[in-house]
Ligand binder design. Structure first.
Ligand SMILES: *Cc1c(COP(=O)(O)O)cnc(C)c1O
Length: 480
């Protein structure tokens, strides 16, 4: 077998030379990005490191092809190779997740959600309406039909998890398009425990009677019982949509099985492909056969032309995710999150919900006397890359926040295990204990400025470098 590391290294060395011949500053920035990613502790819960095979697949002439439509049914000629790519990516996705139908065109997670919303509305609102108007097609509806449709359309209600409880913007947050195209309400978590309260959710659903119940999260550090979500949806006649953007890798890797696997329970599942799933930047929709025809019209009804080069990379990533290696990886991601959480708890730090049982940890930094913004900045000074995040009922609001969201997918890809993640918690606590809030120019307490004690950043960077050097990122790539 060829030496994959050597091939990868020479592929990138040559590619950067070609890029530099046109715009050297882009080649430089690309090199600098690799150096930065190699030398920092990446704890951003939504990020990962895709394999060189996935990355290389994105850099080809598939980018040059238009292919609106679906496999075998394109609005452009000459799509036979794109058909091969899209059909294979969809087949891998169906097998990987045990789904009836997979749509691999969405360019991102938000696009996947827009496709899902659109297909639910087309199926559940427009479909019955067409029947009632005895019209074959929306084009057959008259102006008067539309007028009546708008008036009588009735239920276009969506119930999703609120942003500060860990939901995503697209789950009905008022300023987002999902909060404008739907009449929305949001559910939160129990104020004492920080956990989802299924009884309270059922009560809310009974009262609100949503057309769409959205489950899934970006910052909730716990597993969700999708059998219970299904019961609630059935009880009120809602379509159950699960957005597994964050935890798709744990589903593919069989960490979330049974009632924690959304696929058998949901009508429609959306995802990103670049977070815990470790593929290219993109989106994915899985659906039951009933919703499949409307999802299939996602492009060009909702999405621009498919990115065939990214669909090809999705096929490669799904092929990787089918392996035992990936399953072992996904289990380590969850174990490492436990270690990280315990590492904070035993050093006296406070965690939202008191721990984790997925891939992410939400650290409440108020006990260090800091805002999320101050903590995020001080940690970055020490080479620890995180993002600030609201905690439930956040006293500091959505901009400064009181939390730091952490995830284990990226560093687990680098090979970090229990020893390293405990050390990560130790180093982070050292930074936060040595950070104090700053003051504004007027001398009042600031929510943004901070003072990190001398020497701490250097000490933490040196300790991190030892671990990072032991677990090199893209060891096959040598650009020196
Ligand atoms: C990240 C995320 C998205 C958005 O994904 P993009 O690819 O950035 O559009 C959507 N939903 C959830 C739950 C997410 O965590």
């Amino acid at each position: 077998m060829a030496d994959i590391d050597a091939l990868t290294s020479s592929a990138y060395a040559h590619a950067l030379e070609v890029i530099a011949s046109v715009e050297p500053r882009i080649a430089d920035a690309t090199r600098a990005e690799l150096a930065d990613q190699r030398s920092s502790l990446k704890l951003i819960a939504s990020e990962n490191y895709a394999s060189p095979a996935v990355l290389l697949t994105m850099g080809t002439w598939f980018s040059d092809k238009y292919a609106e439509g679906t496999v075998g049914h394109r609005f452009y000629a000459g799509c036979q190779n794109v058909d091969t790519v899209e059909a294979l990516a969809a087949e891998h996705a169906r097998e990987l997740f045990g789904a009836e139908y997979a749509y691999v065109q969405p360019h991102s997670g938000i696009d996947a959600n827009l496709v899902a919303f659109w297909s639910i509305l087309a199926h559940r609102v427009e479909g019955p309406w067409l029947e009632k108007a005895a019209a074959k097609n929306v084009n057959d509806l008259t102006e008067a039909d539309w007028e009546a449709l708008r008036k009588e359309l009735g239920n276009q209600r969506l119930l999703g998890m609120s942003l500060d409880a860990g939901g995503h913007l697209t789950h009905g947050f008022r300023p987002n398009i999902s909060g404008k195209m739907f009449h929305q309400q949001q559910y939160g978590t129990n104020p004492e425990t920080g956990l989802l309260d299924y009884d309270a959710l059922l009560a809310k659903a009974r009262e609100f009677k949503p057309l769409v119940l959205v489950a899934g999260y970006s910052a909730y550090p716990r597993r969700v019982n999708f059998a219970k979500m299904r019961e609630i949806a059935d009880e009120v006649g809602a379509t159950l949509m699960v957005d597994m953007a964050h935890f798709a890798g744990l589903v593919a890797g069989k960490v979330f099985t049974g009632e924690e696997n959304p696929v058998p329970y949901a009508d429609i599942v959306t995802s990103t492909t670049h977070k815990s799933l470790r593929g290219p930047r993109g989106g994915l929709v899985l659906a039951t056969g009933e919703l499949a025809p409307s999802v299939d019209r996602g492009c060009p009804m909702v999405l621009g032309g498919p990115m065939s080069h990214v669909m090809a990379a999705k096929a490669v990533a799904f092929a990787e995710a089918r392996t035992e290696d990936f399953q072992a990886y996904a289990h380590r991601v969850a174990e490492n999150a436990q270690t990280l959480a315990e590492g904070f708890l035993k050093r006296g730090a406070k965690l939202v919900t008191g721990g984790t049982d997925n891939h992410l940890v939400l650290l409440d930094v108020t006990s260090f006397g800091l805002t999320g913004r101050q903590a995020e900045s001080a940690l970055l000074d020490a080479g620890v890359v995180t993002n600030r995040n609201s905690v439930p009922a956040d006293p500091n609001g959505a901009w400064y926040t009181s939390g730091i969201r952490l995830g284990t997918p990226a560093l687990t890809t680098r090979g970090f295990g229990a020893e390293e993640f405990d050390r990560v918690a130790e180093l982070m606590v050292e930074v936060l204990r040595n950070t104090t809030p700053g003051t504004t120019k007027a001398g009042t307490p600031s929510q943004a400025s901070y003072v990190l004690a001398d020497g701490v950043a250097d000490r933490v960077r040196a300790a991190s470098a030892e671990m990072l050097d032991k677990h090199p990122l893209y060891p096959g790539i040598d650009l020196s």
